[in-house]
Design a protein. Structure first.
Length: 321
């Protein structure tokens, strides 16, 4: 009985703090309750009762629905507070007077700092935090939006590909897939407005490659063959493009294929065969060098049986050597 009383008291304290956090969050971002409900993926009426102090909405031991609402608010607000703690840095260039440039530059700095913070410590929390930066990229200055979306997708994808990310909840992994798809669409829709010709040239393949890499790994952790396929197909297209090597898409594709086979994942055989077909089509020396110098033991064993011609090509001396 005493234990239940302590748990109930702790839940009330968390509830009161969460209501304050949610109101502060809405104030800072100028969000309506309906917009906050959409971010939390809850019914607006449920959120309204929760924030109003309705006794029926206050979390109590055993009321899993109300506790889940509390946890969603805590996670969202904690992620935002981590982002808000990252300092805005003004770039030391003549362009720093341009507010749009400063906004984009700060976004890249925050991404880098947050990624470095979570890359080797807590990939799951990192996914939630970096995902909150997606909206900043989606509504960034038009001339910088494609680059902002691409850099956000890259960091989000690399966090999703870490082994620790398989401990993420299905909801967070599914949300990550949705965010990556949205970033891809934002980048493709805004690429023609980018100032840099180089950005306009590389963004279509690069955004699809990074998003595909992250989506496929989310599908791997979800054990969802359909999601894996959506990511794999994007990554295959990126690897086949002129940006395939410089964008790192081939390396990401081989890493994904190795991990799919290592985890005996649905879609592993299809991906292995698709990669073999792409290699046969391109016969790229840089790809051969990757396969010769990196360790892909599971992939090599599969090809030893299913694609012995590739193993011979990988191991033979390059022309002119």
């Amino acid at each position: 009985m005493a234990e239940n009383t302590r748990e109930a008291t702790a839940l009330v304290a968390r509830y009161e703090a969460a209501v304050g956090q949610a109101r502060e969050f809405m104030g800072r971002l100028r969000l309506s309750q309906a917009a906050l409900a959409e971010r939390l993926d809850v019914a607006p009426s449920s959120l309204s009762r929760f924030l109003s102090g309705d006794p029926q909405a206050v979390p109590e031991p055993g009321r899993t629905g109300k506790i889940e609402m509390l946890e969603r608010i805590e996670a969202l607000c904690n992620s935002y507070s981590i982002i808000a703690d990252e300092p805005f840095l003004t770039p030391p260039t003549a362009d720093s007077a341009d507010d749009r440039y400063v906004l984009a530059h700060n976004h890249h700095l925050r991404l880098r700092n947050l990624f470095q913070r979570f890359e080797r410590s807590d990939a799951v929390q990192g996914l939630g935090v970096v995902a909150e930066l997606c909206a900043m990229a989606e509504f960034g200055p038009p001339a910088h939006r494609a680059a902002m979306a691409t850099s956000t997708a890259m960091r989000l994808a690399f966090l999703a590909a870490r082994q620790e990310a398989q401990a993420a909840s299905p909801q967070l992994l599914t949300t990550t897939v949705e965010r990556l798809m949205k970033l891809e669409q934002v980048a493709l829709d805004s690429v023609e407005e980018a100032r840099s010709a180089e950005t306009r040239a590389v963004v279509p393949a690069r955004i699809s490659g990074y998003c595909g890499f992250g989506i496929a790994f989310c599908g791997l952790w979800l054990r969802d063959k359909g999601v894996i396929g959506q990511g794999r197909d994007r990554l295959l297209r990126a690897a086949a493009s002129v940006d395939g090597i410089t964008g790192g898409h081939w390396e990401n594709l081989l890493l994904l294929t190795e991990e799919l086979r290592n985890q005996a994942s649905p879609g592993a055989a299809t991906t292995t065969a698709a990669v073999a077909s792409l290699i046969r089509t391109h016969r790229d020396e840089t790809v051969r060098h990757l396969l010769r110098t990196r360790e892909y033991p599971v992939l090599r064993r599969a090809w030893s049986t299913d694609a012995p011609d590739l193993i011979r090509w990988i191991d033979e001396a390059p022309e002119g050597a």
